[in-house]
Ligand binder design. Structure first.
Ligand SMILES: Nc1ncnc2c1ncn2[C@@H]1O[C@H](COP(=O)(O)OP(=O)(O)OP(=O)(O)O)[C@@H](O)[C@H]1O
Ligand SMILES: [Mg+2]
Length: 343
């Protein structure tokens, strides 16, 4: 079993003052190999320009006098356009900063140019593009989904890549939210699950499989009522109905579906449904349903405490060990527990 290496880093809510990164101008390397992109089945939606306006297709078209894809990096230096204010987190890709452009607060994920296997060939872009950037561009085309974090624009500093993203505040990870609340009520759980299913449906409709949905990759904006933002598309892949080699699974192992260890292949929709089943059980009980790898195969779901029969039915149908027996995303939304006003 492969496991994504996790690095020690600060979590949001624990900021320290930090200098802004200094992007270095250098020629971009040409990655050795890149996967083939998914065939475009629908016309691609209109791009949404970033807050600096520099990525507006009008500006680029005027400058170059020919259409430029919305995958293009923003011109200029990120540090000239954004005022870096504080370091939020040191992640495994790089560093996440809070920054400002005029009155607008943004989060900027900035890190060294990744290794060549992290690139994708995308239409109308002269060279393979960093996978996370490519996925975010697809997801952020209009109409956007309110439950998926937005990337407004990105900068290629040669040695450094910077993604300028929406900064929902105040926010915390779903893990922190569950821990603080010591498990969530049925009504809040239902609300968050509905938002999550919509986020996942949006990803699938744009040809993006997140591949690492877990409690740390979901932000909860706790302004009035909780509103989630699915984020961190660094492990994402293009949707492939033929599935993925299980040896390449690199998500959190607590969320790993049994087929990604047992069958040699795992598939986007049943894997997403498994992720959602684990998250649903954790939101209600305050702890993960499977703590050890062997539990994923043999442990019956019994520590569900006061959870009602309807909800237990939904959890167990999302966590069917055979992926073909699992619910679909639409069936989760239609399940009777999701449409019930009381626990
Ligand atoms: N747009 C954002 N707004 C607010 N906080 C964010 C944003 N993006 C990332 N963060 C914070 O930074 C953390 C790490 O972000 P992310 O998961 O994208 O980075 P990463 O480098 O891929 O790290 P890892 O692989 O360890 O998850 C998140 O858990 C969150 O706390
Ligand atoms: Mg992450």
């Amino acid at each position: 079993m492969l496991r994504k290496p996790r690095k020690n880093f600060r979590r949001s809510g624990d900021p320290v003052a930090a200098p802004a990164p200094t992007p270095v101008a250098a020629p971009a390397p040409t990655p050795a190999s890149a996967p083939t992109p998914a065939p475009a089945s629908q016309p691609e939606p209109e791009p949404v320009p970033g807050p600096s306006g520099l990525q507006s297709s009008k500006n680029i078209v005027a400058a170059a006098r020919k259409p430029v894809s919305d995958y293009a990096a923003c011109s200029g230096n990120v540090t000239d356009i954004y005022e870096f204010q504080k370091l939020l987190v040191n992640g495994s890709f790089g560093t996440i900063y809070m920054a400002k452009h005029g009155w607008m607060k943004v989060a900027i994920k900035s890190g060294p140019r990744p290794a060549s296997h992290s690139y994708l060939v995308v239409p109308d872009h002269p060279e393979p593009l960093y996978r996370e950037v490519a996925m975010m561009v697809k997801l952020c085309r209009s109409p956007v989904c309110p439950y998926v974090i937005q990337m407004y624009e990105w900068f290629d500093g040669g040695d450094t890549l910077s993604m300028v993203m929406e900064y929902p505040h105040p926010c915390m990870s779903l893990k922190e939210f569950i821990d603080i609340e010591n498990g969530l009520t049925a009504n809040i759980t239902r609300l968050i699950l509905r938002q999550l299913v919509n986020a996942v449906l949006h990803c699938i409709s744009r040809g993006v499989f997140h591949n690492d949905i877990n409690l740390r990759n979901i932000l909860v904006n706790i302004d009035l009522i909780p509103k989630i933002k699915l984020m961190d598309f660094s492990s994402a892949r293009l949707v492939d109905k033929d599935g993925y080699d299980s040896r390449t699974y690199d998500g959190d192992f607590h969320f790993q579906p049994p087929e990604a260890m047992r069958d040699g292949k795992y598939y986007p929709v049943p894997t997403n449904v498994w992720f959602l089943g684990i998250i649903l059980a954790t939101m209600l009980t305050g702890h993960l349903p499977f703590r050890l790898v062997k539990d994923i195969f043999i442990r019956p779901l019994r520590r569900l405490g006061s959870i009602t029969g309807r909800c237990e039915d939904l959890i167990s149908k999302c966590l069917e060990r055979n992926p073909e027996d699992r619910l679909t995303l639409e069936e989760i939304i239609q399940h009777r527990w999701m449409n019930f006003l009381h626990p």
